[in-house]
Design a protein around this ligand. Structure first.
Ligand SMILES: [Zn+2]
Length: 423
């Protein structure tokens, strides 16, 4: 589907600063650092939104984290390829649409447009492919069919509330995977996995499951729910297999990074890895990255708790998009943190100081120092944007504005001081 407009990214190499290095990032699976990518191609699949509560600061923080990684990769002169989904048919979306008395497709389309507008305002680089799940129902059904054929999946009868037979659901057999769980799951206790399975709608108590953790791959049509004809009969796909198939179609496995918020590491990302193995991949991704979660008023920001701070609302209230960006970049991408309103004002003031500096004349460009190495050294170290912002703060105290520094702040931090409005 249509993505959003890509902001310009200055090429620091062409401006005479050489190329940056590959970053070292914290990989969830090995619980340690990895320099990525291993080869000349840098590819990333990012779990996208379920379009019913776009775009709160938790979303923005996640996508900004992976935007920073993309910018560091571009600066390293790598061939960068990115893909993301939109979970545009799923239980929470359908429940929201039913509650509000709107068509689920309209709700999804409206929220996706909001997301586009917010991402564009924040100058987040769009994925090369942004794929809606409803655009890939057939390949997903075909993949589930293959898993049934290989014995990686099994069918369970679906029955309505009144006992009416409704066809067959298909589940993934986690007991068949010799290395289950792998990655984060391998350091997670059985109780916690069960708890998370329940929290994410995994129905662990369903009779007939080979393991309580087995996730749904295909849901047979239920009355009043959207469904598509397929090799599996009428129904719709499960959540984890959607991302698996879209990622495998858009990027060669193993691609470099599977990315998402920390709340996705189990079961969602874990199951993706297993589904990919069942579908013949040697490995799903080289590393898994999890962005931290943003709280507000003491709780994780979520629609169900009603404590959302929406990007669009901050912008309507007059916040400059670059200031919202700076407020988010002031936190390390892996940190869990809490939004408070004073952080925006602090970011607005920082932006004013940077703007003031950006107009100071550089009398002798031949003597100019540049912030380029400062930004690179901080960002290569696990994308430390807080350190990068402090580096700029320190730099502007001692040197006039030069072309290279302005370009680097744009290329690596996504802030084009030449286009930011004054307050
Ligand atoms: Zn996903």
């Amino acid at each position: 589907m249509r993505s959003w407009q890509r902001p310009g990214v200055p090429d620091l190499d062409r401006l005479g600063h050489g190329a940056g290095e590959r970053p070292s990032v914290h990989d969830v699976r090995r619980d340690g650092r990895a320099v990525v990518p291993a080869g000349p191609v840098a590819s990333m699949y990012t779990c996208g939104i379920t379009p019913y509560d776009a775009t709160h600061l938790g979303h923005a923080f996640t996508y900004l984290a992976f935007d920073t990684l993309t910018r560091v990769w571009l600066d390293a002169g790598l061939d960068v390829r990115t893909a993301m989904n939109s979970t545009d048919v799923d239980d929470p979306l359908l429940e929201r649409a039913a509650r509000d008395g709107v068509d689920w497709r309209e709700l999804a389309e409206r929220q996706q447009q909001l997301f586009r507008d917010d991402m564009e305002a924040l100058r987040i680089l769009p994925p090369d492919s942004w794929v809606a799940v409803t655009e890939r129902i057939q390949p997903i059904a075909d993949a589930v069919r293959r898993m049934l054929d290989t014995g990686d999946a099994y069918a369970l009868p679906a029955v309505g509330e009144d006992g009416t037979p409704l066809g067959e659901d298909v589940l993934f057999d986690t007991t068949r995977q010799r290395q289950f769980p792998m990655g984060f799951g391998s350091r997670t206790g059985a109780d916690e996995m069960l708890e998370l399975t329940r929290e994410f709608g995994g129905d662990p108590d369903r009779p007939g499951k080979r393991s309580p953790l087995d996730p749904l791959l295909w849901r047979a049509e239920r009355p009043g729910e959207p469904a598509w004809d397929s090799v599996l009969g009428r129904g719709r796909p499960g959540w984890h297999v959607e991302c698996t198939v879209i990622a495998m179609q858009e990027l060669h496995t193993p691609f470099t990074v599977a990315a998402g918020g920390r709340d996705l590491r189990f079961p969602h990302q874990e199951m993706q890895g297993h589904h990919a193995l069942a579908l013949g991949a040697r490995m799903f991704s080289e590393v898994r990255l999890n962005a931290g979660l943003v709280a507000y008023e003491g709780e994780k920001m979520s629609k169900s708790l009603g404590n959302l701070v929406l990007v669009s609302r901050l912008l309507q209230q007059g916040a400059r998009p670059a200031a919202v960006r700076l407020a988010l970049l002031a936190h390390h991408w892996r940190e869990d943190w809490e939004w408070t309103d004073d952080q925006l004002e602090a970011a607005e003031q920082r932006l004013d100081r940077w703007l003031e500096w950006s107009t100071t004349p550089d009398d002798d460009p031949s003597l100019a120092e540049s912030v380029v190495p400062w930004l690179r050294v901080t960002l290569h170290d696990d994308l430390s944007t807080p350190a990068a912002l402090q580096a700029v703060d320190a730099f502007i105290q001692r040197a006039p504005a030069d072309e290279g520094s302005l370009a680097a702040i744009d290329a690596l931090l996504g802030i084009d001081l030449r286009s930011v409005a004054r307050r």
